[in-house]
Ligand binder design. Sequence first.
Ligand code: FDA
Length: 307
Amino acid sequence: MLGPVILAASRSDRMRRLISAAPVTKQVVDRFIPGETVDDVLPIVKDLADRGLELTMDVVGEDITTPEQAAAARDAYLELIERLGPLQLGTRAEMSVKLSMFGQALPGGHELALTNVRPVVEAAAAIGTTVTLDAEDHTTLDSMFAIHEELRKDFPQTGCVIQAYLFRTEADARRLSAAGSRVRLVKGAYKEPASVAHQDKREIDKAYVRILRTLMEGDGYPMVATHDPRLIAIAEELARRAGRKNDQYEFQMLYGIRTEEQQRLAAEGHRVRVYTAYGTDWYGYFMRRLAEKPANLRFFLRSMISH
Ligand code: FDA
């Protein structure tokens, strides 16, 4: 039951200051976030691509408080895309963005986020790749889906994320499973109330399977984002039953988590995309990774004590 406590701490400025200042934090953070700058992360991009893996790149950050920070986030993505261009990876390296980092929660935030994200999507298209809009807490999703729909008018390959724990998602999946759409299905990483989301892990897994079936039987491109071995096996089976070939869906996992499984699936001929986050504002991303697995938190606390 530590997960919700850690997720609450992920929104606390006091905890952010305490944890960021702990000398041992960096060692643990490095497992999930392999660098702070584009220069740190480009060798990792090349290494993963050489090993037959694909990438989705995230410049970490969220919940910014000024339009200037939102513009800086946009510029960080533009720099990344400019540096990725010469590698000529095309869709093998796409971007993931959080609209809160582009100003979504500020006054006039819906328009601001759309204005900031559009040039990123344009730049990605210019180097032959695409962008997926991450799903944040449930209060942000109507705006995210509206921005997704708007961007798809000019860039139909723009993807979005749906979260199995939310009651609304089965309907969203039906709406998004039409031809040409790219949809990443995740379990969901935020602390959500019982009025909008399943709280029980088994219920979330059951919903994941139902939604996955809708996506696999639909005409879009499902992106199966999970490390859960049972769900990975079910995805393979649902894809087979729906008559999908290996290049008609993909698996996605986070950098630093179940790396052997990533490599095993790729060696079996599956498309596997690794969500690779980098940057200085890693606190929220890192805390969600701790919340997902109590062993990560134990390791972190043990390291702090023995340091
Ligand atoms: P589950 O949590 O049941 O884990 C299954 C197994 O995977 C565990 O037993 C463990 O072995 C391993 N594992 C999982 N998490 C681990 C961790 N942190 N450290 C070590 N081992 C771990 N969420 C969201 O709300 N919005 C989003 O946009 C995204 N985007 C996204 C992209 C990609 C590519 C992935 C893989 C995930 C996300 N998520 C997300 C996060 C997602 O909602 C979820 O919190 C995590 O994927 C963990 O759930 P699993 O499906 O892996 O199952």
